[in-house]
Design a binder for this molecule. Structure first.
Ligand SMILES: NC(=O)c1ccc[n+]([C@@H]2O[C@H](COP(=O)([O-])OP(=O)(O)OC[C@H]3O[C@@H](n4cnc5c(N)ncnc54)[C@H](OP(=O)(O)O)[C@@H]3O)[C@@H](O)[C@H]2O)c1
Length: 287
């Protein structure tokens, strides 16, 4: 039985691919947006329900073509949009590359916004549909040297929160997924800018510390997998009572508690330093 038509962005690998495959197994026709169509054809093979399409979310023509294809399969509006495409950038703010940061925003924020503009009008007119934003627990807290990425996810959450209030009234649901660490190739795709990798950089000790902290975090057995995230998305889409915001993984829940329970930002930063085992000293107390 066909459950409906979905579009998933950033489905070349990782969470996007696992989500596209989970939705297809569950009966959706999934317009599966990938940047490298040849690679995806090889890696996906033939799978019922998977319709591969070239979709770089920074390319308006790709968006128009992907949405037109999805509408060809749908009787009415597209049932589900999963805005997943995204990547990170690391760099100190004093010299991180702002051109690279703007490019990242084009994908993480403006690409997602353009997908919403392409899909939501038909959902609103039909009075049904779901938009899933793959955000991050890093849309509620920040790590040093990752500020540009967090800024893009904070902004994405702001748009999604506002969207949920704009379109909920018309019967369109918005769900934000906020995972902690997910074991994917995400770190390999992370763009390093500025001088963080220079051993003489004043930020080199922090960078080394952070890499070790992220590495140990990835080894935790409560970190999510692409498949477990996809399962959370599947369950949320199928649960009419799903909350607007879903924290994914015990690691993310721990960080979420640290944000909510800390008396002030200093206490939160201390808890985060403990979580990541950072030696990097905090700001000295005021004299
Ligand atoms: N991994 C984590 O720890 C983690 C934690 C919290 C949130 N997230 C979020 O989860 C989402 C998925 O990440 P992941 O872990 O699955 O990472 P991933 O394995 O690196 O996959 C990211 C996917 O996004 C695609 N992509 C990048 N830029 C794009 C663009 N302009 N247009 C379309 N697709 C684009 C990549 O395409 P190519 O295959 O062509 O490179 C890739 O398929 C991201 O939004 C990320 O911010 C990840």
């Amino acid at each position: 039985m066909t459950r409906g038509v979905a579009i998933v962005t950033g489905a070349g690998r990782g969470v996007g691919r696992a989500t596209a495959e989970r939705l297809a197994r569950g009966g959706y026709v999934v317009v599966t947006g990938v940047r490298d169509l040849d690679r995806a054809r090889e890696e996906y093979g033939k799978q019922p329900g998977i319709q591969l399409v070239q979709l770089d979310v920074t390319n308006p023509a790709h968006i128009a073509d992907a949405v037109a294809l999805a509408h060809d399969f749908a009787d009415g509006p597209i049932d589900l949009l999963v805005n997943n495409a995204g990547y990170a950038m690391m760099g100190a703010q004093e010299n991180g590359d702002l051109v690279a940061a703007r490019e990242m925003f084009e994908t993480n924020l403006w690409g997602a916004a353009a997908m919403v503009q392409a899909v939501v009008p038909a959902m609103r007119e039909a009075g049904r549909g779901t938009v899933v934003t793959v955000s991050s627990i890093g849309a509620r807290l920040t790590n040093p040297l990752v500020g540009f990425y967090h800024a893009s996810k904070y902004a994405l959450n702001a748009l999604s929160e506002a969207l949920s209030m704009e379109v909920g009234h018309f019967g369109v649901r918005v769900i934000m997924i906020e995972p902690g660490m997910i074991a994917t190739d995400f770190p390999k795709a992370t763009v390093l800018t500025g001088n963080v990798t220079d051993p003489d950089s004043p930020y080199a000790p922090l960078f080394g510390d952070l890499r070790a902290g992220f590495g140990a975090w990835r080894e935790r057995d409560d970190a999510s997998t692409a498949e477990s995230c996809a399962e959370v998305i599947w369950n949320a889409v199928n649960d009419p009572h799903a909350p607007i915001r879903i924290v994914v993984g015990d690691d993310a829940a721990e960080l979420d508690r640290a944000v909510r329970e800390s008396a002030d930002d200093h206490e939160f930063q201390e808890r985060l330093r403990g979580f990541l085992k950072l030696d990097w000293p905090p700001a000295p107390p005021a004299a």
